[in-house]
Design a protein around this ligand. Structure first.
Ligand SMILES: [Cu+2]
Length: 132
């Protein structure tokens, strides 16, 4: 019976560790009343296609579904490296938006999310992302 419990504990611990390693990314920022939540299921990002989920909430916490959302992914200037910058458009999905980003090298990136709504100044939220 003890052996069974031992094996069970090993399995549970392995599960917790595996879950910990594949933990996604989640962060949010509030800019002048607009909250922008950015998440990625797999994190750090990989070189190639990565799907980012973006949720936008107004000052009352209600999801904003009629915005134009774009993500400018860039790497802060590095010595001896040409600047890297890519902009991708988000598409509406469910309660929010999805956007595909494609980092070209491993390292620290910044994702500037722009939320534009008719008749309002665009809200800009900046996030730090790692790619490996
Ligand atoms: Cu670089």
């Amino acid at each position: 019976m003890k052996k069974v419990y031992g094996a069970l504990i090993v399995v549970v611990l392995a599960g917790i560790l595996a879950a910990g390693c594949s933990k996604g990314y989640e962060a949010k920022q509030t800019v002048e009343g607009t909250t922008v939540a950015l998440s990625a299921k797999a994190y750090p990002l990989v070189l190639g296609e990565n799907a980012l989920a973006i949720k936008v909430m107004d000052a009352s916490g209600k999801p904003v579904k009629d915005a134009q959302v774009s993500v400018r992914l860039f790497m802060p200037p590095m010595p001896g490296m040409a600047p890297m910058e890519y902009t991708s458009q988000g598409t509406a999905q469910g309660d929010g938006y999805t956007c595909s980003v494609n980092p070209a090298m491993a390292g620290g990136w910044k994702a500037e999310v722009t939320v534009a709504r008719t008749g309002q100044a665009p809200a800009l939220a900046l996030f730090n992302l790692d790619a490996r």
